[in-house]
Design a protein around this ligand. Structure first.
Ligand code: FAD
Length: 351
C-alpha cells in the first residue's frame, strides 16, 4: 500500500530526529523511516569506551538539553542512546522502525520512497542516513593476501578481543587515535598514520570546535572571508584517554606501510613487520545508495547542495552527513540549525 505524506525523513538517528522536531513545530504531516529496530542511530554500535568529545550540555538536539551523565564529564555512547530514545518519545516523533528505504524515485509531483515494507509518496524528502553504514577502506596492495584479521572502526568493540596480539591500527583521525589509545596497554600495538598525527591543543574539545564552526558560518553568511573548517585546528581531539596514552609515550605513530603481505606489512624501505590483526580507522562515506535512481551524484560521492537542498532536485534535502550539508551538521549540537532551515524551506515550498 502507498501512503501519501508531506515529508518522508529517511533515517531516525540524531539528524532525522532533529528534522522531525522542526517539521512537527511547523505542523507538517511527516513520517521518519528507520532501518534499525531500536533508537540511537550509529551510537548504538560504538565501541565500549567511546565517549563524546564535548560535555552533555554541548551535545544537545533542539528543544532539549542532554542531561549530564553522573560521574562523566564527557558522556558515553550509551548515554547518547538513552538521550535519543527519550527525545523521540518526548516529542512523539512518528518513527517507523525496521524499515530500510531501498530507493527514491521521481513520481510526478511526488517523490516515491520505496522500502520492502511499503512505499510512501511525499512532496519532499529529507535524507538523514549518516555515514556509519558505509565504512571506507583504502585500496592498499596486498590487502586480500593478509591472512590475519581485518576489521573497520565499525566492527571494533574492546581491547580484550585482541589481548596480547600484534595489532595494527591504521588512521590518524579521532577514531584511529581513540582506538589506538584503547589498545595501547593490552596489546602489541603499531599505530600507522598517513602523516604525523595532528593533535588539537589539550584545552580544545567539542565546545571550541562548535564555536569555530559557528564563527565560520557567520562569516560565510555575512559574506566575510572564510575562516576555514575545523580541520585547520588539527585532526585529533585530545580526549583524556588519548592524552594519557600519548603523554605516557604509548602512542607513537609510524608512517603508512606500502603493502600488506600474508603475515603483516611492508614499508617503502623494505622493513617488514608481522601482525595478527589490522583495524582500519580510515573513515566513512555518505550512505546515499537509496538516492541512486535520482541520478544526483556529484564529485566524491556527494550530492551537490545549496545548504541542505539538492541543487538538481529541490524536493530533496540532505541532513547530517558532514560539513558539506552545513557546518558541524554531523554533530549533535550542530545539526539543529540545518534541520530547522530544511524544515522551513520545505514548509515554504509546500505553501
Ligand atoms: P546515524 O546516527 O548513522 O543515523 C542514521 C540512521 O539512518 C540510522 O539509524 C540508520 O539505521 C538509518 N538508515 C541508514 N540507511 C537507511 C535507509 N536506507 N533506510 C532507512 N534508514 C536508514 N558527534 C558529536 O556531536 N560529538 C561527538 O563526540 C562525536 N563523536 C563521534 C565519534 C565517532 C567515532 C564518530 C564516527 C562520530 C562522532 N560524532 C560525534 C559524529 C556524529 O554525531 C555521529 O556520526 C552521528 O551518529 C551522526 O548522526 P546521523 O543521524 O547523521 O547518522
Amino acid at each position: 500500500m502507498t501512503q501519501v505524506v508531506d515529508v518522508v525523513v529517511i533515517g531516525g538517528g540524531q539528524a532525522g530526529l532533529a528534522a522531525g522536531y522542526h517539521l512537527r513545530r511547523l505542523g507538517l504531516d511527516f513520517v521518519v523511516l528507520d532501518a534499525q529496530a531500536e533508537p540511537g542511530g550509529a551510537w548504538r554500535h560504538a565501541w565500549d569506551s567511546l565517549h563524546l568529545f564535548s560535555p552533555a550540555a554541548y551535545s544537545s538536539l533542539p528543544g532539549r538539553l542532554m542531561p549530564p551523565q553522573s560521574g562523566e564529564t564527557y558522556p558515553t555512547a550509551a548515554h547518547v542512546v538513552s538521550y535519543l530514545t527519550d527525545y523521540e518519545r518526548r516529542y512523539g516523533l512518528p518513527v517507523v522502525r525496521s524499515v530500510r528505504v531501498e530507493a527514491v524515485h521521481r513520481d510526478g509531483e511526488f517523490l516515491r520512497v520505496e522500502a520492502g515494507a511499503g512505499s510512501w509518496r511525499a512532496r519532499s524528502v529529507i535524507s538523514a542516513t549518516g555515514t556509519w553504514w558505509r565504512p571506507f577502506l583504502p585500496a592498499v596492495p596486498g590487502r586480500t593476501e593478509f591472512k590475519g584479521t581485518q576489521l573497520h572502526t565499525v566492527e571494533y568493540r574492546r581491547p580484550s578481543d585482541f589481548g596480547g596480539q600484534k595489532v595494527v591500527v591504521v588512521g590518524g583521525g579521532n577514531s584511529g587515535a581513540q582506538i589506538a589509545a584503547d589498545l595501547a596497554s593490552g596489546t602489541d600495538l603499531t599505530w600507522v598514520t598517513l602523516r604525523e598525527p595532528r593533535y588539537l591543543a589539550d584545552d580544545i574539545d567539542g565546545r571550541a570546535l562548535f564555536d569555530h564552526a559557528t564563527a565560520r558560518r557567520r562569516a560565510l553568511d555575512e559574506g566575510r572571508t572564510d575562516t576555514g573548517g575545523v580541520a585547520s585546528l588539527g585532526d585529533i581531539v585530545a580526549v583524556p584517554p588519548v592524552r594519557e596514552a600519548r603523554d605516557a609515550g604509548r602512542l607513537k605513530a609510524q608512517p603508512m606501510f606500502t603493502r600488506l603481505t600474508a603475515t603483516g606489512m611492508e614499508w617503502a624501505d623494505g622493513t617488514r613487520a608481522n601482525a595478527d590483526a589490522i583495524i582500519w580507522c580510515t573513515g566513512f562515506r555518505p550512505a546515499l545508495s537509496h538516492l541512486g535512481p535520482l541520478g544526483l551524484r556529484g564529485p566524491r560521492g556527494h550530492i551537490p547542495t545549496s545548504g541542505t537542498q539538492a541543487r538538481a532536485e529541490p524536493r530533496l534535502h540532505l541532513l547530517g552527513y558532514g560539513d558539506w550539508t552545513g557546518p558541524a551538521s554531523a554533530t549533535l549540537i550542530g545539526v539543529g540549525r540545518p534541520a530547522r532551515e530544511a524544515a522551513r524551506q520545505i514548509a515554504e515550498m509546500l505553501r
